[in-house]
Design a protein around this ligand. Sequence first.
Ligand SMILES: [Zn+2]
Length: 287
Amino acid sequence: MQYSNIVQQVLELARQASEAPDSAARQLIEKDLRTFLKTLKAAEIYMLATLMYLGRDGGGVAGLMDRYQQMSDSFGTPERAIDQMLTKNGLHKYLRNSLKTLETAGIEVDSLLTTHIDSPLALLNSSDDVELSLGPWCCDRCGQVISKPEHGLLQWLTRSNDGHCIGRDLQIVHVNHASPLGLPNGCCPDPSEEFARDGSGHSDVPLHWMLEPDGLVRLLAFIEEGEFPAKEVSRIMMRLLIPGYETAKPYFQKAIDAGIVDDELPKDYFFQSQLGDIVANIPKLEK
Ligand SMILES: [Zn+2]
């Protein structure tokens, strides 16, 4: 949907809510409005909030993108921006005012998020320019790079309870000889301390083995046996086996907030094209 249509839709629902005959009718329309707002990308929501304040507080369009930036920083999440907009009785009037201001300044609403100078979505790097690869990995213990599979381990702790295995601390770490933390245990936990805590024993397998079909079977068996929650294993699987995942991982939330990718899939799940978009725009996301 074009951005101008989105703004019109919000304006119309807000107008209907303000003219509702009673509070029950108003609440119903506001519910529709909230549902619609929740389908939008973060950048679209922050821009709506920016336009709302432009229409309420007046002033020109100079600095509009600075205001957008302040808006996305101060709200932090699109949900908070939505809450803020829905508390404003004059939302439709404010949006109408800001549309007039934009028109007077000769700025197309549809250009705000895509081609306008300084726009968050303008001039994004293309994912065509990046090749997604497996690794390097980030050590879950020391936070440093595991530059090649031979320098890493998948390690976990497990104990037996009524014939069932209960696992914990499934993580990707440096192998001892490559660990920046040094001997005796490097980036692995101290086996005697962990055993003393709850009787758990330490297990590990080389990272390069985990990248083979047998590694995938090992992880699937964790889920089958209930040794680890599926949610935990699936994150490790994607880190090990999905090209670009580990590189893009530190930027997931920033990329959603900036509107570079949307969050149509469950949290932390992204298709290859989305991971490509994130990796290609890491320099922008680091600013
Ligand atoms: Zn480490």
